[in-house]
Ligand binder design. Sequence first.
Ligand SMILES: [Cu+2]
Length: 320
Amino acid sequence: MRRLLSVVALLLAINAGMLQSVAAQATPEAAPTNPFAELGLTQLDITITDTAFEGVPSDLDAGRYVVAFTNAATSDFHEGGAFLQLPEGMTTDEFMAMAAPPEATPVSDAATPEASPVAEGQDDGYPPWYYETQIAGGPYADPGETTYAVVELAAGEWVFWAEYPGAPQAPVAITVSGELPSDLPVPQADVTIEMSEFAFAFSDPLVAGPQVIELANVGEQPHFIGFGMVPAGTTDDEVLALFESEFGDPAASPVATPVGALTFDDVEEGWGSGDQSGGVTAWYAIDLDPGTHVVVCFVTDPETGLPHIMLGMIDVIDLE
Ligand SMILES: [Cu+2]
């Protein structure tokens, strides 16, 4: 949930102290095995460090790929990224400049460092191109862990990036060429989760333990799924009230629940996917602890300016 909260932080300017309070408390677990090994797909071994993404190829053929993603950063956070096709008319250099940390951006006039397009974009939410371009999903992993995903990349100019401007890891450019094969292998999934405006729909109940999810965005806006563990008995309304208390505009929000006892200290970071555009499916090997989980999406709805969680992309589920 670190990225979820990072996004919210960037968009809504929460203070850094609260972000600290929701840092991961997860203990390292045994690395899951690769459930996609039998598909015959090429594997991309990508590692995130404190300063870079390593192992991202610069050229690929169009197709599906198994991504083995290792979090070797020293933070306590869930770290990851997503494959994003450059929007029409945007060059790789322009994307790199948009995503660069502020201190790495040359500032000709030191008196007005905030007057960059990046800062303006953050104030206004996601830039319009975010809703137009193709985002293929991407892997996230807890500290020291390796996770597995299958993503599909069509021909075009792509980047693998950390999903928020200012990340210390620079995006890596990928040129994808050729036609998508017509006989793409389809991973076997235990549960299909459909994301739309504004709901998650589960084909089967999630269970505790390792499993493969097929994550399908059947909507129009980008979506992702993020998990967090909450105390047993927590309700949707309590989670919504917590987020509304920090980020919400009571006049604009459909939620009018009074703030409950739930605090950000009660929410423990869990697994989350990279963003996926409408029509995009990706597969992820996940491993869920027993207990009560909240699943959420924080992409901003451009019409209302509200994060999708406030519009219905929230479920509380109990796993045994
Ligand atoms: Cu969403």
